[in-house]
Design a protein around this ligand. Structure first.
Ligand code: UDP
Length: 335
């Protein structure tokens, strides 16, 4: 019995691949490498000592996907594949709806054809929209500020409806907060396309000399230092959350949602300071305008994941900053 990871060569997928393999699971990957490199899998092999079966295909390609299900004994799917750039989704909403929704529907059709009932889905804290209060619990209102977020919320709904209709079906919807960090070997990590949108890759590219300075988007939010507060979580902790979710879907029916966060909010300026303290590198920054669509504060209540999945984040901000920097400094040009 194997676990199929769609988009398994991506940032979160590749770290999950390692954690699952460590726990003795057989893993299969399908990825079209539209936003990742085949070299990732060589690095995963270095770390795990295992050749992970890899299919190069688009999840929306039903024929290719059916072949993967026909050739393997798949027990559970972790569905990472999808476009994820918030800004691009605002410019090209149809591209995002077409890709993210279509590929999920195709996946669900093929799973049904092959009698596979278990799925773990990569959702996002962005589905909470503008939080009315923090920390966020899973029962709070949802609503998005961009098409990318809407695709996540729509897919959550599709999976809930599927679970209602099919009593054999089991779905875990994982709402990720802000994953940063990298595998402690420094061999795999996040590789943004072009100039990074996210905070930590931007900081590490300033540190390595690729970018001049960080723009801090707003210092007049109602937070302790005026800068945005987020729940930064180490990607290896997040990956371990998927292992816990794989165990959960194997023994529970229905659809259940869990936050994957630390429960701790840290501001942009706290991250800049933590990076300096962890790595001895000062990050030059300027205060810039707020970024449109950003919220002041967003952090998780991680209690439900602890009670339901037996999982909690264990790594701290120093680990996150050190591991992000180890990856960036030893791979300044990526893979
Ligand atoms: N941020 C920033 N400068 C950047 C990138 C991000 O000040 O170059 C801030 C952003 O406004 C937010 C926090 O860092 O308050 C986290 O942003 P990121 O894009 O990493 O994640 P998001 O929470 O938006 O998904």
């Amino acid at each position: 019995m194997a676990i199929l990871l769609t988009g398994g060569a991506g940032y979160i997928g590749s770290h999950t691949c390692i954690e699952l393999t460590k726990e003795g699971y057989d893993v299969i990957i399908v990825d079209d490498f539209s936003n990742s490199s085949p070299k990732v899998m060589e690095r995963v092999k270095e770390i795990t000592g295992k050749d992970i079966p890899l299919y190069r295909a688009d999840v929306a390609d039903k024929e290719a996907l059916s072949r993967i299900f026909a050739e393997n004994d798949i027990e559970t799917v972790i569905h990472f594949a999808g476009f994820k750039a918030v800004g691009e989704s605002c410019r090209l909403p149809v591209k995002y709806y077409r890709n993210n929704i279509d590929s999920t529907l195709t996946l669900l059709e093929v799973m049904a054809e092959y009698g596979v009932h278990n799925i773990v889905f990569s959702s996002s804290a962005t589905v909470y929209g503008v939080p009315k209060k923090v920390p966020l619990t899973e029962d709070m209102d949802t609503g998005c500020t961009n098409p990318y977020g809407w695709t996540k919320l729509m897919i959550e709904q599709i999976l809930r409806d599927t679970a209602t209709a099919d009593k054999e079906f089991s779905a875990v919807l994982l709402r990720y907060f802000n994953p940063i960090g990298a595998h402690e070997s420094g061999r795999i990590g996040e590789l943004p396309n072009g100039i990074p949108n996210n905070l930590m890759p931007y900081i590490t590219q300033v540190a390595v000399g690729k970018l001049k300075q960080l723009s801090v988007f707003g210092n007049d939010y109602p937070t302790h230092d005026g800068t945005g507060v987020r729940d930064f979580i180490h990607v290896v902790d997040l990956a371990k959350g998927h292992v816990a979710a794989v165990k959960y879907v194997a023994s529970n029916k229905g659809a259940e949602v869990f936050n994957l966060g630390t429960g701790i909010g840290n501001s942009v300026l706290v991250i800049v300071k933590a990076f300096k303290d962890a790595n001895g590198i000062e990050i030059p920054y300027v205060i810039a305008e707020r970024r449109s669509g950003d919220v002041a504060e967003c952090y998780a209540d991680p209690k439900k994941a602890f009670e339901g999945l037996g999982w909690k984040a264990e790594k701290n901000l120093t680990d996150m900053c050190k591991d992000s920097w180890r990856w960036q400094s030893s791979n300044p040009d990526g893979y």
